[in-house]
Design a binder for this molecule. Structure first.
Ligand code: NAD
Length: 296
C-alpha cells in the first residue's frame, strides 16, 4: 500500500475539540451557550441512530442539545409551527431536520422554512445560492468535512484537477462548489458521464459520492492522487455484513497518494462539521468573530 491513510476519526476528534474550546470561551467570555435542535419525524432506525449520536456529541462539546421526536403522522402544519418556534428561540443557533422525511411531508418546503442563519445542514435555498456565488453561507456538513481533510493534506488546493463523482444536492454539487472556491479545476461526473474512467484518471483529487459499492478501481486513479470516499454501502461478504465505500480501497490505496477509509474517513467528519457549523452560526448570530478553520 502506497497511500497515506487520512484518518477521519482522528481528524474529527481534533475538530470537535476545537469546537469544544470555542464553546468554553463563548460561555466564559460572553455567557452564551450554543444550542442545536434536531427534529426527527418518524422512527426510521438509521435516522434514530444518527440523531442519538448527534445529541451525544453536541452535549460532549458543551453545547445545548434539544431533540424533538415527532410522530410519523405529524402534519406539515405542525412541523412548520415547530420550526417557526425554533427559528424564534434565541437559545437555539442551529436547526437540523433529519432527512428523509415521511412521504406526506414536502422536504423542500420544510427545509426552506428553517431560518437560513440557523440552517446548519446548509440545505436552505439561500445557503445554496450564497455558496454558489462564493458568499458566506452555512455549508453542508459532509462536503465541508471533505474539504477540511483535503486542505489539511494538501495545504493549498489551487490549480489542482478535481473530479466529483455524484451530483446530489447534499454532497456532489456543494462539494464541487467548495473545490471551485479553493481554485480547483472541477469536473462533476454522474450516472450519464461517458468514459468515467478517463475523467477520473486526470484528477489530482477524486471525491466519490455515488452509493455504489467499490465502483472505482485502482487502475482509474492517477498515481499520487487524493481519494476521498464519501460512499457508505452495506454489503455481505464471506457471510458477514460489511461497510464499504464507493472506491475499491485495496487497489486504490496502491496508487493514490492519500485515501480516506470506510468506515473511519468522511463519516466521522460529518457530525464534527455539524457541531462546527452550530458554533459558527452562534458566533454570527451574536456578531462575534467566527472560529478559524471551522468554516469554508
Ligand atoms: P444520491 O443517490 O443522491 O446521488 C448519487 C449520485 O451518484 C447521483 O448524482 C448519480 O448521478 C451518481 N451516480 C449513480 N450511479 C453512477 C455511476 N454508475 N457512475 C457515476 N455516477 C453515478 O446519493 P448521495 O446522497 O449523494 O450519497 C452518495 C453516497 O454517499 C451514499 O453512499 C451515501 O450513503 C453516502 N453519504 C455519506 C455521508 C457521510 O457522512 N459519510 C453523507 C451523505 C452521503
Amino acid at each position: 500500500m502506497g497511500a497515506q491513510i487520512i484518518d477521519g476519526k482522528a481528524f474529527a476528534a481534533k475538530v470537535r475539540s476545537k469546537v469544544g474550546e470555542h464553546v468554553t470561551s463563548l460561555k466564559a467570555d460572553h455567557g452564551i451557550t450554543p444550542g442545536l435542535a434536531v427534529v426527527l419525524v418518524g422512527e426510521d432506525p438509521a435516522s434514530q441512530v444518527y440523531v442519538r449520536s448527534k445529541g451525544k456529541m453536541t452535549t460532549e462539546v458543551g453545547m445545548k442539545s434539544v431533540e424533538h421526536k415527532l410522530d410519523v403522522a405529524t402534519s406539515e402544519a405542525d412541523l412548520l409551527a415547530l420550526i417557526d418556534a425554533l427559528n424564534n428561540d434565541d437559545s437555539i443557533h442551529g436547526i437540523l431536520v433529519q432527512l428523509p422525511l415521511p412521504g406526506h411531508l414536502d422536504e423542500d418546503l420544510v427545509i426552506n422554512a428553517i431560518s437560513p442563519a440557523k440552517d446548519v445542514d446548509g440545505f436552505h435555498i439561500s445557503n445554496v445560492g450564497l455558496l454558489g456565488t462564493g458568499q458566506k453561507s452555512m455549508v453542508p456538513c459532509t462536503p465541508l468535512g471533505c474539504l477540511m481533510m483535503l486542505r489539511e493534506h494538501h495545504g493549498s488546493l489551487s490549480g489542482l484537477d478535481a473530479v466529483v463523482i455524484g451530483r446530489s444536492n447534499i454532497v456532489g454539487k456543494p462539494m464541487a462548489q467548495l473545490l471551485l472556491g479553493d481554485s480547483c479545476t472541477v469536473t462533476i461526473a454522474h450516472s450519464r458521464t461517458k468514459d468515467l474512467q478517463d475523467v477520473v484518471r486526470r484528477a489530482d483529487i477524486v471525491v466519490a459520492a455515488v452509493g455504489r459499492p467499490e465502483m472505482v478501481p485502482g487502475d482509474w486513479i492517477k498515481k499520487g492522487a487524493s481519494v476521498i470516499d464519501v460512499g457508505i454501502n452495506r454489503i455481505e461478504r464471506d457471510g458477514k455484513n460489511k461497510l464499504v465505500g464507493d472506491v475499491d480501497f485495496a487497489s486504490c490505496a496502491e496508487v493514490a497518494g492519500a485515501i480516506t477509509p470506510v468506515p473511519g474517513g468522511v463519516g466521522p467528519m460529518t457530525i464534527a462539521c455539524l457541531l462546527a457549523n452550530t458554533v459558527t452560526a452562534c458566533c454570527r448570530a451574536n456578531g462575534l468573530a467566527e472560529p478559524e478553520g471551522l468554516t469554508a
